[in-house]
Design a protein around this ligand. Structure first.
Ligand SMILES: [Fe+2]
Length: 309
């Protein structure tokens, strides 16, 4: 009888400890990841790209704001923000303050669904079964996404939501195309479709949710490297196993980090294969404020020349 009581109590204690760790410690245990991508033409000088995503900022997240504000010291040539920047109606000002001088560097952004729609209480376990884009039940945005966009475009960042553009960064002429969030079916690839400019020094594709149906099109159009977020790296991971879900149609193996699309072991029908960087992001929904075995992150990618002459 006694064992029956003790075991559930032990399990409950371990669960409470894990929850406390996930919500208090790991959620604020920010890390800067680094990756090198051999994507530039031989002989080109490397450039450094800071990838941030899924900040989900609320004004009270002081530690997150302080960490964000430290990133300018890294001296990136270009900043890529793949969306879900805010999670509160009053978050745009704190986000601008936290990004600080990063906004004066060359930059590009897209929106994620959470830049439009305030988080609502829902069963956090839904994250585990909603594995792909669904019919989104809300159509009237209730977060200041336009103010957020203006805060970035006013400082010179390129709005890549269903839009193509050009950026000069690190001495390179960079062709950029992006889409609004495929997770809520706001992507309109047809507006940016067509071969990426072969005369540019580099071709970037930007989107929030790394839905393969959109990644396919960027890769087929000749984009060299694609940036995405949305997955939170799984957010709650199992040590030595990894993410349980990706919250979209990408495979678990590519839930975060640097990979290729199509993946290295899959055929590339038209011969084009792009690099793909998926950020595990910096934040969480305020209603699921936990991360486990999946630290909040930003990434500094150093783009270097491909091998060859
Ligand atoms: Fe997110």
């Amino acid at each position: 009888m006694r064992a029956r009581v003790i075991i559930p109590a032990g399990v409950a204690l371990a669960g409470a400890g894990a929850l406390a760790y996930a919500s208090v410690v790991e959620r604020n245990w920010f890390t800067l990841r680094q990756a090198e991508v051999p994507v530039l033409a031989p002989g080109t000088k490397p450039i450094r790209v800071l990838h941030i995503s899924d900040v989900h900022l609320t004004p009270g997240r002081k530690r997150l704001r302080t960490w964000l504000a430290s990133l300018d010291e890294l001296d990136p040539d270009l900043v890529v923000n793949t969306g879900d920047s805010i999670a509160h109606p009053e978050a745009v000002g704190p986000l601008v303050d936290s990004l600080g001088p990063l906004l004066d560097r060359p930059g590009v952004f897209v929106y994620g669904s959470n830049d439009l729609y305030a988080p609502r209480v829902k069963n956090p376990a839904r994250y585990l079964w909603e594995t792909s884009a669904r019919r989104y039940p809300r159509t009237e945005p209730d977060l200041p996404w336009q103010k957020l966009g203006e805060a970035m475009t006013n400082r010179g960042w390129l709005d890549a939501n269903n839009h193509r553009g050009r950026i000069k960064a690190g001495g390179l002429d960079i062709a950029v195309a992006g889409v609004h969030d495929p997770h809520i079916k706001r992507d309109r690839y047809e507006r940016v479709a067509g071969p990426a400019d072969p005369a540019a020094d580099l071709r970037l594709g930007i989107l929030h949710a790394p839905e393969p149906r959109v990644l396919d099109r960027f890769a087929a159009d000749g984009y060299d490297i694609l940036f995405a977020g949305h997955t939170h790296g799984g957010q709650l991971c199992v040590p030595a196993y990894g993410a349980l879900v990706t919250n979209c149609a990408i495979d678990r193996d590519r839930v975060a980090g640097l990979h290729q699309h199509p993946s290295a072991d899959a055929p590339a029908p038209d011969g084009h294969r792009a690099w793909l960087h998926v950020s595990a992001g910096l934040g969480t929904s305020p209603w699921a404020p936990v991360r486990f075995a999946c630290r909040p992150e930003a990434t500094m990618l150093t783009l270097v020349p491909r091998a060859g002459h």
